[in-house]
Design a protein around this ligand. Structure first.
Ligand code: NAP
Length: 330
């Protein structure tokens, strides 16, 4: 997950320049923002290359894999590994290499000149180079009921919340691998999982689709969207609409799991780093951003592959690019 929450406040002075209040300074060769597979891998490589390296991990270190069940496609684990366990291993390995890890959130950055400045609530850190590895957060449906019942039946993490919904009917929204994975996982607890997807075919990979089609607890609602989420203290009902027939159906469900993709955590870097129309970091060359000395790795720029292994690969690439940059600069 990300160090920088997408809702982070960017402090600015009158001229729009980042406002940097006086704080104790802590200097590093490399500051990595984010502690998912890309951030940890970058930490391992930078520390191993002899650089004094800091990872600002954010409040919930470990990235999206801490919200996952079994990971069976990360090489090195014959029988698979649970996502949170994999992240604990990566963290321990990074620390063993000598990386300093601070579980705090970056709230502002100043990339106008090197050494670059990164602020948390209590500290100001400096880095001769920076790797942005802040990942992405779950996309929201944007419904009022979604906000009202967040944590009261609306969830973005089946692994975290699934066991709270034993013997209930549930909804999963989305048609990608995440939605199918969540729906399949939730059938361990739910009586029925209603998969609500806006089209009439899934985006998920074939192997995941086949698993879901073969699971009789999953009921598919094609061409459908969520119109309303209702309840009192917690979710009781959800209204869905078939967008081809306009038919509305009310389902008595105890939970709604939203799995409709992700939004990159780049709010913090707006106006300093080039972003595309969806907020992903645009890389100029390899892992270089538009600012010399600031690099990016993982889901924060990668809208194509988005796998733990590719994020780790990008972390490695960014660290090698940092090494080249700092060597040439010295
Ligand atoms: P995704 O592949 O982008 O799929 C998002 C799904 O949500 C799509 O079906 C999309 O519909 C739907 N959607 C998007 N916005 C919506 C909205 N506003 N309202 C309703 N539906 C909406 O995202 P993901 O499933 O999170 O997967 C992300 C990446 O991680 C993928 O590369 C995936 O392969 C990977 N992943 C892999 C595994 C695994 O291998 N075990 C598990 C999870 C994820 P449309 O299809 O109509 O666009």
């Amino acid at each position: 997950m990300m160090a920088a929450d997408s809702g982070a406040t960017v402090l600015e002075d009158k001229d729009g320049a980042p406002k940097m209040p006086e704080r104790k300074k802590t200097k590093f060769d490399v500051v990595i923002i984010g502690a998912g597979p890309s951030g940890y891998t970058a930490g391992i490589y930078c520390s191993r290359a002899g650089y004094d390296t800091l990872i600002l991990s954010g409040i919930l270190p470990g990235g999206q894999l801490v919200n996952t069940t079994e990971v069976e496609n990360y090489p090195g684990f014959e029988n698979g590994i649970m996502g949170p366990d994999l992240m604990i291993e990566m963290r321990k390995q990074t620390q063993r290499m000598g990386t300093t890890i601070v579980d705090d959130e970056a709230i502002n950055v100043d990339f106008r000149q090197s050494p670059f400045k990164i602020l948390t609530g209590s500290e100001e850190y400096e880095g001769k180079a920076v790797i942005i590895a802040t990942g992405a957060n779950p996309r929201k449906l944007g419904l009022e009921g979604e906000q009202t019942f967040a944590g009261k039946g609306v969830s973005y993490c089946a692994t975290c919340d699934g066991p709270f919904f034993r013997n209930q009917e549930l909804i999963v929204v989305g048609g990608g691998d995440s939605a199918i994975e969540e729906a399949t996982f939730l059938t361990k607890f739910a009586t029925t999982v209603h998969l609500v997807h806006r089209r009439d075919e899934l985006r998920a990979s074939k192997v995941m689709q086949e698993r879901a089609f073969g699971n009789e607890k999953i009921k598919f609602h094609w061409d459908s969207q969520i119109m309303d989420i209702k309840g009192d203290q917690k979710v009781k009902q959800t209204v869905i609409k078939n967008i081809k027939t306009n038919e509305e159906t009310t389902l008595d469900v105890g939970g709604v799991f939203v799995a409709i993709g992700h939004v990159p955590n780049t709010q913090l870097f707006k106006n300093q780093i080039d972003l595309d129309e969806e907020g992903y970091i645009v890389l100029k060359n390899k892992t270089h951003t538009n600012i010399e000395g600031v690099f990016a790795a993982g889901d924060v720029h990668d809208r194509t592959y988005r796998q733990a292994i590719t994020a780790a690969g990008f972390g490695c690439m960014a660290a090698i690019d940092v090494d080249k940059y700092l060597t040439e600069k010295s």
